[in-house]
Design a binder for this molecule. Structure first.
Ligand SMILES: Cc1cc2nc3c(=O)[nH]c(=O)nc-3n(C[C@H](O)[C@H](O)[C@H](O)COP(=O)(O)OP(=O)(O)OC[C@H]3O[C@@H](n4cnc5c(N)ncnc54)[C@H](O)[C@@H]3O)c2cc1C
Length: 311
């Protein structure tokens, strides 16, 4: 039985949507334009707004998916064979007036429900999106880019899974913002998916057959000291970091205040790092332990883990 009983003002809503268009943007990125009657209430928060894609399963499609406000608890109680896979993505663009959103999916070669779906999905296919509700008054959550309002410089760094978020962040930042964005992608032609900003140096590094992070880590190590060297930058103290075992714990630290706003009002440098957890851990260690950047100014997110399925 399909139940539709979501509070009109809950922060997130489940939307039944269909694939409206599929656009191969580059060797690694496929854009899914999703359409749905209620997407006119999809909040356009921009930046790195995360959403969930709830994917159809064999034989049952989406018919066993609970669609009430307490859907998550009900979903967890379902037997494995009735439980639709849920994967996290970034909403790349919201066109509420057209009842459309875009999601840029990395079509990676390793088997996972989302990569398999992205390989085979065609126009008309149905899925469910959990996204922020425009009729909710408070903070929705799910935007982790929270720079201090007076950050002197911003560093954005990540792999291909972070590219949609980094591009969306650059598009929303005011013209006077400045910094450096570095993305490592599988193929040089993936650079077409990136965007520019007048105040940012933007580097797109093609990994080709190198190991993950082999280009990203030294590029961040080269860029960060220059970003810190701006006039008036205070000398920072190197902080001891507790180690995160990315095979058992989630690598996720997003400094914020009690109301979900930025943790600080100003900082010489705010860094936002996302991508494969092992690589992001190396970057975080470099910025916080070696360069001494205040950890309240560093958001780092393991978007996925090599060899591990989400959840
Ligand atoms: C907040 C957030 C935002 C994200 N935004 C995006 C986005 O906009 N676009 C996007 O493409 N991804 C994004 N991701 C990453 C995406 O959720 C993961 O890549 C996810 O694991 C893909 O699900 P899957 O079903 O394909 O693979 P899973 O079932 O989760 O994993 C199966 C196997 O695939 C491997 N794997 C997973 N992802 C990759 C990859 N990219 N390359 C190589 N191997 C991989 C895993 O290590 C595992 O071995 C985001 C993640 C988070 C947390």
């Amino acid at each position: 039985m399909i139940l539709f009983a979501q509070s009109p003002t809950s922060p997130f809503h489940l939307h039944t949507v269909r694939v409206g268009r599929v656009t191969d943007l580059s060797p690694s990125f496929r854009r899914f334009t999703l359409t749905g009657d209620r997407l006119d209430s999809f909040a356009d928060n921009g930046f790195d707004q995360r959403i969930k894609l709830i994917l159809p399963i064999e034989r049952h499609g989406l018919s066993t998916m609970p669609r009430t406000d307490d859907w998550y608890a009900l979903w967890r109680e379902l037997p494995q064979e009735h439980r639709n896979p849920i994967r996290t993505y970034t909403v790349r663009e919201v066109r509420a007036e057209l009842r459309e959103i875009d999601v840029d999916v990395v079509v990676h070669p390793v088997d996972g429900p989302a990569s398999a779906w992205a390989e085979s999905a065609v126009i008309g296919d149905e899925l469910i999106v959990l996204g922020p509700n425009a009729h909710h008054d408070g903070v929705h959550g799910g935007v982790d880019f929270l720079p201090p309002p007076h950050a002197e410089r911003i560093l954005l760094a990540g792999d291909e899974t972070a590219l949609p978020a980094i591009a969306a962040i650059l598009e929303r930042l005011p013209a006077e913002a400045s910094g450096h964005a570095i993305v490592e992608v599988p193929h040089s032609d993936d650079a077409v998916c990136m965007t520019s900003h007048p105040g940012f140096t933007v580097e797109v590094l093609a990994r080709d057959h190198r190991a993950r992070g082999e280009l990203l880590v030294p590029a961040v190590q080269a860029a960060a000291p220059n970003l810190l060297r701006s006039e008036g930058t205070a000398t920072t103290q190197r902080a001891e970091l507790s180690d995160v075992d990315v095979d058992v714990e989630m690598l996720w630290e997003v400094p914020s205040d009690d109301h979900g706003g930025p943790a600080q009002q100003d900082a010489p440098l705010y860094a936002w790092l996302a991508g494969e957890a092992g690589v992001i851990k190396t970057l975080r260690r470099h910025l916080v332990s070696e360069l001494g950047i205040d950890r309240k100014s560093v958001a780092f997110m393991g978007y996925w883990r090599l060899g591990r399925a989400e959840g």
